[in-house]
Design a protein around this ligand. Structure first.
Ligand SMILES: Nc1ncnc2c1ncn2[C@@H]1O[C@H](COP(=O)(O)OP(=O)(O)OP(=O)(O)O)[C@@H](O)[C@H]1O
Ligand SMILES: [Mg+2]
Length: 509
């Protein structure tokens, strides 16, 4: 049993005392007894009882029904009427105050016990319901979507604040109107009016149709006239009653403007990023081309000077001059090949793949830098494999690789402090790979972390670009190999290239 704090309102003192005794036996606490309506209201205010037992006929102006109404309006305290008069008119007036029960006098104790228990129980469940409704109202008020509830005839029952703002209607104005009058939507493209979603749900009995995109027109806008509405995503679900019938519908809609703006900003940012990526790549490409074309250009300038010397003699040696011009033509062609190979490198594809004999390629490279080697007084030693295995790859790129390594080696030894200037290049084959070592006796590597040497734009030279090793590593990796650096013994440094060789490479091409 629920023990409760009870207020007795009864003008018959004997009956009141009787009730008080009975309640005490049941374990309830009587917070007060009053004989008039006015007094009852005051006691209810002061004690906030759990229940009021209210006689209808009371002393004074106010009867029990009026007193019950006032108490209920302020405190939601449940009232049980005690009366000897049960005529229709009284019962009807009393029911307006939504009482929690009647006790017809005279009544027995068990009867009173049951009515009080039922009233307390009903009040507790009503309180739960009210709390649930408050939770649900708070939820609807705090979500960012618009929400409109419709009754079974498709008329607006409720709308939240967001729905008010988006439609331009207040809930007070909208309640009772058909949804289509308050929430006017058209197709975004055709501007054709769309059937209101709740009506659709009520008619089709499709309990939760898929969401749809539409344009919500401002209040009072005429359909078929393109006006700047709000793009919304509408979702609608049916509300089902206890018997399984569709009793109404709930329409939830969200403003897509912000979502669309974000998507557009994202798309633009991606496009900008792609553009920046392209520009960065163009910059790297330009730097790489500048780096690699320099060598053939310098060769062309040197050869052109030699040619001029031959021609400016009193008796020019035309055959020598022709030989030099042929070298110029070869170098110019090589410059063109180099540009092509670098563009292919940027696209990460070998420009012109074929079978490459690394030993022959190294010999050609040394021939290209013969003048520099001589000028820097570098002694060259080679120990190269003859014939296969061959590397499958781009000859021009692989030649650029060797040229960069050899040029760096010459530059490392081209310092007054370097007394012994020895360049040693070897190739060896092992387990499906070919190993090329380029050793010099130069100044050695200053960096403890040798990997930084391979970063683009890293240079320790006053007029260096810092591109040679970065391009070289890209070339080696594109060919499926590795390029590493290490300090030499007793001095200088060693750069090592390991490249896969294909078994098919034996025949060459
Ligand atoms: N054989 C070497 N011995 C010692 N240091 C080296 C050697 N090769 C490269 N380095 C170091 O690595 C750095 C980067 O080399 P990389 O070839 O990438 O650029 P760079 O030679 O400085 O300029 P460039 O772009 O003109 O080739 C060099 O500046 C140098 O400090
Ligand atoms: Mg270099």
């Amino acid at each position: 049993m629920i023990a409760a704090r009870i207020l007795i309102v009864e003008d018959d003192r004997v009956v009141a005392r009787d009730i008080r005794e009975q309640l005490a036996r049941m374990g309830h606490v009587v917070v007060g007894t009053s004989a008039s309506g006015e007094d009852a209201i005051q006691l209810a205010n002061r004690h906030q009882p759990d229940l009021v037992l209210m006689d209808i006929r009371l002393e004074g102006e106010m009867d029990g029904i009026e007193a019950a109404r006032r108490i209920r309006d302020v405190h939601q305290i449940p009232v049980v009427f005690l009366t000897a008069y049960a005529n229709d008119e009284t019962v009807q007036r009393a029911s307006m105050t939504e009482p929690f029960g009647y006790l017809l006098k005279p009544f027995e104790e068990p009867q009173m016990r049951t009515v009080i228990q039922m009233a307390l129980y009903k009040h507790a469940s009503d309180a739960k319901l009210r709390l649930g409704e408050r939770r649900y109202a708070a939820t609807l008020a705090s979500i960012r979507d618009g929400v409109i509830l419709c009754d079974g005839r498709g008329r607006v029952d409720f709308m939240n604040r967001v729905a008010e703002t988006m439609t331009g209607w207040t809930a007070a104005e909208a309640v009772g109107r058909p949804l289509s009058a308050v929430f006017t939507v058209v197709d975004e493209e055709t501007q054709e009016p769309l059937e209101d979603f709740a009506a659709l749900v009520l008619r089709s009995r499709d309990l939760a149709p898929p969401e749809r995109l539409s344009k919500l027109l401002p209040r009072c806008a005429a359909a078929n006239v393109p006006v700047p509405g709000i793009m919304v995503e509408e979702r609608c679900s049916a509300i089902i009653d206890d018997r399984g019938a569709v009793a109404g519908a709930i329409l939830v809609f969200s403003d897509l403007t912000l979502r669309r703006q974000i998507a557009e900003a994202l798309r633009k940012a991606q496009a900008d990023l792609a553009q920046i990526g392209r520009l960065t790549m163009m910059g790297e490409l330009a730097a790489a081309i500048a780096h690699e074309v320099n060598q053939p250009l310098m060769a062309i300038v040197t050869n052109a000077g030699t040619c001029l010397q031959h021609l400016s003699k009193a008796d020019p040696d035309l055959s020598k001059a022709r030989a030099v011009v042929e070298r110029i033509v070869r170098d110019a062609q090589r410059a063109g090949d180099v540009v092509r190979s670098i563009r292919a490198l940027a696209r990460r594809t070998p420009a012109d793949p074929g079978w490459v004999d690394m030993s022959a390629l190294i010999a050609d490279t040394l021939a290209l830098v013969r003048a520099e080697l001589r000028r820097a007084r570098v002694a060259v030693e080679t120990d190269l494999l003859r014939g296969p295995p061959w590397v499958h790859g781009d000859r021009v790129q692989l030649q650029q690789l060797m040229l960069n390594l050899v040029t760096n080696a010459i530059e490392a030894m081209d310092a007054p402090a370097v007394a012994v200037r020895r360049l040693r290049i070897t190739t060896s084959a092992e387990g499906g790979r070919i190993r090329v070592r380029v050793e010099d006796s130069g100044v050695g590597i200053a960096e403890p972390d040798v990997d930084v040497l391979f970063k683009a734009l890293y240079t320790t030279k006053p007029d260096g670009l810092g591109m040679g090793l970065s391009i070289s590593r890209s070339i080696v990796e594109l060919h499926g190999g590795q390029l590493t650096a290490a300090p030499g013994t007793p001095c200088g440094s060693v750069f090592e290239v390991v490249l896969p060789v294909s078994s098919q490479g034996a025949g060459g091409d």
